[in-house]
Write a protein that binds this ligand. Sequence first.
Ligand SMILES: Nc1ncnc2c1ncn2[C@@H]1O[C@H](COP(=O)(O)OP(=O)(O)OP(=O)(O)O)[C@@H](O)[C@H]1O
Ligand SMILES: [Mg+2]
Length: 287
Amino acid sequence: MPLRARSRHHRGANIQVPLLMHTTTPLLQVDDLHLAFGGIKALSGVSLAAREGQITAVIGPNGAGKTSLFNAISGFYKPQQGRVHFDGDDISALGASRRAALGLARTFQNVALFRGMTVLDNIKLGGHTRLKTHPLAAMWYLGGARREEMALRQEIEREVIDFLEIDHVRHQGVAALPYGLQKRVELARALAMRPKLLMLDEPVAGMNREETEDMARFVLDIQEERGISVLLIEHDMGLVMDIANHVVVLNFGQVIGQGTPAEVRANPEVVRAYLGDAAVTAVAVPA
Ligand SMILES: Nc1ncnc2c1ncn2[C@@H]1O[C@H](COP(=O)(O)OP(=O)(O)OP(=O)(O)O)[C@@H](O)[C@H]1O
Ligand SMILES: [Mg+2]
């Protein structure tokens, strides 16, 4: 059964139809990005759009420039050329923290959590990107920070920790958690930022099948129940073909194809550069 039909609260419902009818606005628009590290051109004129309410996937071989693209969008790297528009604004000149505050949240290809801290404290750091008070003041409950901190904590418990089913580990240190749960805590921290666009860099890399299906289900629920748009890098083609609305293919820092999962799967250049014959016939795309 396709993953979409297994989403927790919409089993078998025709949920895609109403969503897709209202998803024509580009929430993120990237135009002609060029990014080089010395002589290595990571991005050579990349343009793409991520539409509101959709899951947009970025796929391509190792070293194609996918993570570099995420770094340029989220403001960690400064491209030599090109523009990024988000939610109607040109954010090209803004730093990473300003972009995060506008609603761009991301997870990292390698889990990037504070290993000495608990699950709850890691997640709260995500929430603090949008609080007025300095995170350290809030953490130690100084003065007026206390009420804001309490409200944040309640919201996180309800809308992030319960939602992602990690309440049983909330007071544990993250370092000792199984890998799949660490990835889920990272997702929780990004969700606590109340993003408009959630950027996930290989969310199921290194996961077993069960962990992968759990993660896929959460990503779908985030889209369908929360209405949050998702930009997803992933090598798991079964997952991409199952949950993405739109797929963009990168190769050597350039977009070599894009379209619906079915269109991309049938694109000869994409097959040649990345998918290969075996992968294409092996993937079952839901009608
Ligand atoms: N900070 C950096 N300094 C130098 N070169 C870099 C840096 N980041 C990326 N690169 C180079 O840019 C190119 C694109 O790398 P990138 O990590 O974006 O690829 P990717 O598509 O995410 O690959 P993967 O699927 O393996 O994660 C590679 O040649 C890489 O070595
Ligand atoms: Mg990468």
